[in-house]
Design a binder for this molecule. Structure first.
Ligand code: PGA
Length: 248
């Protein structure tokens, strides 16, 4: 019912030449990935046009990692939703924990981004997740529930993707166990059920996803895909993740 989505987040890695090198190796392999799966790459802004150009005519989608929620104006250094449309962007990350932690982005502002993206037809991937301190204090589910509710206020939830990324698992090599991730995904779906048709919303897991843990995660009923950081930088490791073997 929900198409799996495997998304790569390149963060602040890769120039245009690096993007070309990556895609020259990755795109030919993409035809081996089962066609019922969506594959997405989110390069830095300046490599988006290159990626869109090279991905034309292939099933690869290209996304952005950030947006500023205004149509245009005196916002030096920012990029608008329409500029992303113009560049060929289909998805955009919102509220990645690095944006929350290093750039002070809060839920009300993130909700503005979600709405601004939906107005131009870009699918927001709304990232949520608890810190280690919050988990240890037993607050993981309540923190994440609040992020989901605040981020999606007034939004048609079937038009968004949610990504659960426990902060302590990002870039650390520590993955949540498939069972713990499933528990949080089920809890997110319960929160979503109060807002709309939760069964239709894809919920991705992110945090040290690798070729050797993707199949176990994807076997969970409420895990509908992955948001992959470090392991998306190498074409063969990202391909191996996209081409995971479904557990019978
Ligand atoms: P990671 O990053 O796969 O390197 O842990 C995930 C993310 O930050 O989206």
């Amino acid at each position: 019912m929900r198409r799996p989505l495997i998304a790569g987040n390149w963060k602040m890695f890769k120039t245009n030449p690096d993007t070309s090198v990556f895609l020259a190796e990755f795109l030919p392999k993409l035809s081996d990935v089962p066609s019922g799966r969506d594959v997405l790459l989110c390069p830095p802004f300046l490599s988006i046009a290159r990626a869109v150009g090279l991905a034309a005519g292939t099933p690869l989608c290209v996304g952005a990692q950030n947006v500023y929620p205004k149509e245009n104006g005196a916002f030096t250094g920012e990029v608008s939703p329409l500029m992303l449309v113009d560049a060929g962007v289909k998805y955009c990350l919102v509220g990645h924990s690095e944006r929350r932690a290093y750039f002070g982005e809060v839920d009300t502002f993130l909700n503005e981004k979600v709405r601004a993206l939906l107005e131009v037809g870009i699918t927001p991937i709304v990232c949520v997740g608890e810190t280690l301190e919050q988990r240890e204090a037993g607050q993981a589910e309540s923190v994440v529930a609040e992020q989901v509710r605040a981020g999606l206020t007034g939004v048609a939830i079937t038009s968004v993707v949610v990504a659960y990324e426990p902060v302590w698992a990002i870039g650390t090599g520590k993955t949540a166990s498939a069972a713990d991730a499933q528990q949080m995904h089920a809890s997110i779906r319960t929160v979503l059920a109060a807002l709309g048709e939760a069964e239709l919303v894809r919920i991705l897991y992110g945090g040290s996803v690798k070729a050797d843990n993707i199949a176990e995660l994807m076997a969970m009923p409420d895990i509908d895909g992955a948001l992959v950081g470090g392991a998306s930088l190498d074409p063969s490791s990202f391909y191996a993740i996209c081409n995971y073997v479904e557990k019978g």
